[in-house]
Write a protein of this length. Structure first.
Length: 93
């Protein structure tokens, strides 16, 4: 069967804009509500939490999979964390 000749100069369908994912819409709505209630956003992109606050204070066992090296980032600077309040440390210990 013979092929129909291509018309390479015709325009195709116009590209329409994309849509937001439904969960992104929900997140934006929650953010708007919380900001209207007086809450503020905090710059959290420079925070580093120690393993004490991420794991021990939540009573997560030492053998928990989230403590594995491939699920936790370890950094060299700062090498130590801010001191943990002694009474709290005693409760978690």
């Amino acid at each position: 069967t013979p092929f129909k000749p291509y018309n390479l100069v015709t325009l195709g369908e116009p590209v329409r804009g994309g849509y937001l994912h439904p969960l992104l819409k929900v997140r934006a709505e929650f953010r708007k509500i919380l900001l209207q209630m007086g809450f503020g956003e905090m710059p959290t992109n420079k925070w580093v939490e120690s393993s004490f606050w991420n794991f021990d204070s939540l009573f997560q066992p030492q053998s928990h999979p989230a403590r594995d090296a491939h699920d936790t980032f370890f950094i060299q600077e700062p090498a130590a964390t801010v001191a943990v309040p002694e009474p709290y440390y005693e409760k978690v210990k």
